[in-house]
Unconditional design. Sequence first.
Length: 285
Amino acid sequence: MSEEFTPPISEEPRMPGHESEMRDKPQWQPRFPGSGRLQDKVAIVTGADSGIGRAVAALFAREGADVAIVYLEEDDDAAKTKSIVEKEGRKAITIRGDLGERAFADEVVKKTIDAFGKVDVLINNAGEQHPDEEIGDITEEQLRRTFQSNIFSMFFLVQAVRPHLKSGAAIVNCTSVTMYKGAPILLDYSSTKGAITAFTRSLSENLIEDGIRVNAVAPGPIWTPLNPFGGQPPEKMDDFGKSTPMGRPGQPNEVAPCFLFLACADSSYMSGQVLHPNGGVIVGS
């Protein structure tokens, strides 16, 4: 472990949370038959144990991909996602660790190559958030941890996978509606999402001549373990998502198709772009 690595903080010890413990389970199930859009591709999906990551892994498997399921610590959720992928007739491996540590990013890529022989798609979805009403309440430890998990991890993983990506490969990063409209209690989280959007656009310019496309998805309020397990204050959960024009939070399987579109050849003329599954919130692109 490097000296610069910041371990998980104790402010919200239940985060990121187990989907298996949620009473109202998120909807991850693909809603339509597959059409082979990722047939025999290999995808790395971070944060794939639950929430949006699980929905992406399930949909990718239905479309023909084998999946490396990368997660922090929720072994039961990761095992469930692996089972979901296998029930779609595809192969899956689970890789546990903290992507904020560069050595683990290298491990993820090595294990994926060892298992499947290649990487065609990288989905940078994992992240964390810690709400604070006042900027003065954000400790240096929390600030470092949030940036480490949300944006440093993407740099580390792209650096590790870059030698294995060939023309036609795709990278899709998860940014957020908070990057575009702000979030007063998520100052550090929103800042990382702004960095992710800039990273996406710059990386697209960096890789496009090699035939590698880089895009992003900016979800609005989505019903995943992240928010009820500490990502939002408990008193705000009853109204979670109700401020959107649609008046409700989104489900993971309403977001996953955006990742699929950007990962497959349907979006072959798109790079450096952001899709916005956010319940109807109008934002600048």
